[in-house]
Write a protein that binds this ligand. Sequence first.
Ligand code: DQA
Length: 146
Amino acid sequence: KPIYVINGPNLNLLGHREPEIYGHETLGDVERTCADLARHHQLELRFFQSNAEHELIDWIQEAREAAAGIIINPAAYSHTSIAILDALRACSFPVLEVHVSNIHQREPFRHHSHMSARADGVIVGCGTQGYELAVLRMARLLSAGR
Ligand code: DQA
């Protein structure tokens, strides 16, 4: 089964919006780098991005049957969405949360993520490399469970 890599609002603009915060790599760049890395670890990735909360929830629900784990950057919904947290709580496989920026160094309203209550690991402030770190961690978690 693949790993679902789910990205929330405005991450379609990664590499273009606020590059001083989020860097210059696009989501497409991240996808290519992570797909290569995943292949080396016998993992397959499926990338998703939506600006709509309900689409993120639908993909998480689909993942319950279709995926072996989720890597998620819920973006601004991290700080607001109990609905996405509940969807993640309905999943029994590993869930890793990624934030490109160091949310703890930014405005107070970004310091708390509802998702972290469910996430098995949280990678924050490592830039877009955070996605690669999450792939490595996912490989470790799944090989331990195999
Ligand atoms: C983000 C941090 C969020 O606070 C912000 O709303 C984002 C991206 C990150 O990856 O650093 O859109 O999740």
